[in-house]
Design a protein around this ligand. Structure first.
Ligand SMILES: NC(=O)C1=CN([C@@H]2O[C@H](COP(=O)(O)OP(=O)(O)OC[C@H]3O[C@@H](n4cnc5c(N)ncnc54)[C@H](OP(=O)(O)O)[C@@H]3O)[C@@H](O)[C@H]2O)C=CC1
Ligand SMILES: O=C(O)C1=N[C@H](C(=O)O)C[C@H](O)C1
Length: 227
């Protein structure tokens, strides 16, 4: 397959490496080459099986508007843009495009999301909180993953109001901890990414999955098919 990766940053570069390892062709556009999505025309995009976006929240929305309008298939790992989700879904469905988005493409975090739901159901009287730690250059806080974990916990037990504490320090690839606490004990569920490789593997497998499909999916809906 041939993939277009938008974003030549920490994660986009790793995705290009992993896509090559999977035997795919890859073209990468950084901010300069993309020029506010000006490069993303129908004829240019028609040459790619899927577009993978790991940029910034603002750029991702422009990129989605341009790509989905041409009916392209997209994997969007960028976080911080979900207030525009309904607009993006509407464009994708109207244009028969494919949009697969997710706050965390590592298979480990997908298992953590499922386990978090079980924990919230099993411990209805516990107080839940989330802490997340990322490298000092991360732009959004709380992380997209922390917000996804909060949504799952509060969805399982609507009485919960889950606090998120965010730290930005060093070069952490991503640490998320859920704490469930009672007067008698405490349980922790912890995921630490040792590098960006897990995100890149998941994103490439998501691109292989979405190529040739029309519709809108959150990664958590299809992740079990990939693991
Ligand atoms: N869902 C998941 O599993 C994961 C999600 N993420 C998310 O992915 C995003 C990127 O993270 P990360 O790689 O660490 O960030 P980086 O800052 O390392 O990379 C972002 C890159 O996007 C480039 N960029 C900005 N605007 C555009 C544009 N219009 N077109 C093309 N490229 C553009 C920037 O270019 P320049 O350097 O020139 O400014 C930069 O190189 C974040 O939102 C992060 O939260 C990260 C890891 C995993
Ligand atoms: O910016 C990052 O680095 C990461 N962002 C995602 C998030 O916001 O949850 C996923 C991962 O934690 C790394």
């Amino acid at each position: 397959m041939l993939f277009l990766v938008l974003g030549r940053g920490k994660t986009g570069s790793k995705i290009a490496d992993v896509a090559h390892e999977h035997g795919h062709g890859v073209r990468v556009l950084g901010e300069e080459e993309n020029r506010n999505a000006m490069a993303l025309t129908g004829p240019f995009l028609a040459g790619f099986d899927a577009v993978i976006d790991f940029t910034t929240a603002e750029a991702a929305v422009s990129n989605m508007r341009a790509c989905l309008a041409t009916g392209a298939r997209m994997v969007v790992g960028t976080t911080g843009w979900y207030q525009h989700l309904n607009d993006m879904k509407a464009i994708a469905l109207r244009k028969n495009a494919g949009l697969l988005y997710g706050s965390n493409f590592s298979i480990g975090v997908q298992a953590m999301l499922r386990t978090a739901r079980e924990l919230a159901l099993a411990l209805p009287h516990y107080k839940f909180s989330i802490s997340e730690t990322h490298h000092k250059d991360k732009k959004d806080a709380p992380s997209g993953t922390a917000l996804s974990l909060k949504k799952v916990l509060e969805g399982a037990n609507p009485a919960l109001d889950v606090e998120i504490v965010s730290k930005r320090e060093g070069d952490h690839a991503g640490l998320h901890v859920i704490e469930a606490r009672s007067e008698d004990d405490c349980i922790e569920l912890r995921h630490e990414a040792f590098s960006r490789r897990g995100f890149a593997e998941g994103a490439v497998r998501a691109a292989e999955w979405v190529a040739g499909r029309s519709g809108v999916w959150e990664f958590s809906e299809i992740a079990a098919q990939l693991s």
